[in-house]
Write a protein that binds this ligand. Structure first.
Ligand code: NAD
Length: 256
C-alpha cells in the first residue's frame, strides 16, 4: 500500500544517515522527494539512490530532485521553498527537517562559536524551514505534515552537549507551538526523538562511550536510520491523521 502517493516531500539533511533513510522510505511509500542538503553531492547521491536524476532539473511529472541550501540562512531557505515550488508546481505537503550538527564540549569550556553554530543549524534552521513551509502551505490552502527531528538528548541532556541539548529541547517546544497554531489550517507538526542511531554523526562518538550507552538500551543495540524513517513515514501519512504536537521517541527504550 502506497500511503504517500501524490505527496511531495521536502527532506533537509537528506544526504546524511537519517535524512537519506527517510528519503528512501518516503519514496517507497509513493512520495516524490525534494532532497536538500548543505552538501549538494550528498543530496544528489540520495536522489540517485531513489532512481532520480541527481539534479534539480526534473522531468515534467515530477522525478525526485536534489537541492543545496544552508538551513540556518533565511534567504537560502526562502529560495529553497521557491525552487521546490517552481520545480514541482506545488508546495511540499510533507516536510522533514533532518539537518543537524554537533559541536561537543563541556559547559566549562564551550566556546560561544560552538554554541551559536549548533543553535543556528539545529534550532533556527528548523524555525526557518517550518515557517517557510507553513507559509507556502497556508497561502496555497494545502494540508500538510511537518516532522522535525529532535533528539532524546533534548529531554534528558548529555555530558558535553549543552548546545545540542538546548537546540533539541527548543525543537520540541517550537514544534508543539507550531502544532497549536497550524492545526486549524490542516497542518500537523510532530517531532521525533531518536536515541542512539548508527549514522556518520554517531561514528564520531568513541567506542567506549557507545558501549556504555548500548548497555543502557533495553533493546540492547543502537538503532538504524530505517527505524527512524519508519516512524517518520507514519507521521507523514494519514495513518497518523489525528496526531499533532507529539514528541515520538525512537530509542529502543533508552531513558524512558
Ligand atoms: P548526519 O551527520 O549523518 O546528517 C546530517 C546532515 O545534515 C548531513 O548530510 C549534513 O550535510 C546536513 N547539514 C548539516 N548542516 C546543514 C545545514 N546548515 N543546512 C543543511 N544541511 C545541513 O547526521 P544524522 O545522524 O543523520 O542526524 C540527522 C538528524 O537526526 C540530526 O538533526 C541529528 O541531530 C538527529 N539525531 C541523530 C541521532 C543519532 O544518533 N544519529 C540521534 C538523535 C537525533
Amino acid at each position: 500500500q502506497l500511503r504517500l502517493r501524490s505527496a511531495l516531500a521536502l527532506v533537509t539533511g537528506a544526504g546524511g544517515g537519517i535524512g537519506r533513510a527517510v528519503s528512501v522510505r518516503l519514496a517507497r511509500e509513493g512520495a516524490t522527494v525534494a532532497a536538500c542538503d548543505l552538501d549538494k553531492a550528498a543530496a544528489c547521491k540520495t536522489v540517485w539512490l531513489l532512481g532520480g536524476q541527481g539534479s534539480e532539473e526534473v522531468a515534467p511529472g515530477g522525478a525526485h530532485a536534489a537541492f543545496q541550501a544552508n538551513v540556518s540562512e533565511s534567504g537560502a531557505v526562502r529560495r529553497l521553498l521557491e525552487q521546490v515550488q517552481a520545480c514541482f508546481s506545488r508546495p511540499p505537503s510533507v516536510v522533514v527537517s533532518c539537518a543537524g550538527i554537533t559541536r561537543d564540549e563541556v559547559l566549562l569550556r564551550m566556546s560561544e562559536d560552538d554554541w551559536d553554530k549548533v543553535i543556528a543549524v539545529n534550532l533556527k534552521g528548523i524555525f526557518l524551514v517550518t515557517q517557510a513551509a507553513a507559509q507556502a502551505l497556508v497561502s496555497s490552502g494545502c494540508r500538510g505534515s511537518i516532522i522535525n527531528i529532535s533528539s532524546i538528548i533534548g529531554k534528558v541532556g548529555n555530558m558535553g552537549q549543552t548546545n545540542y541539548a538546548a537546540s533539541k529541547a527548543g525543537v520540541i517546544g517550537l514544534t508543539q507551538t507550531a502544532a497549536r497554531e497550524l492545526g486549524r489550517h490542516g497542518i500537523r507538526c510532530n517531532s521525533v526523538l531518536p536515541g542512539f542511531i548508527t549514522t556518520p554523526m554517531t561514528q564520531k562518538v568513541p567506542q567506549k562511550v557507545l558501549d556504555k550507552v548500548i548497555g543502557m538500551i533495553p533493546m540492547g543495540h543502537m538503532g538504524d536510520p530505517e527505524d527512524v524513517a519508519d516512524v517518520v513515514a507514519f507521521l507523514a501519512s494519514e495513518d497518523s491523521g489525528y496526531i499533532t504536537g507529539a514528541s515520538v521517541e525512537v530509542t529502543g527504550g533508552l531513558f524512558m
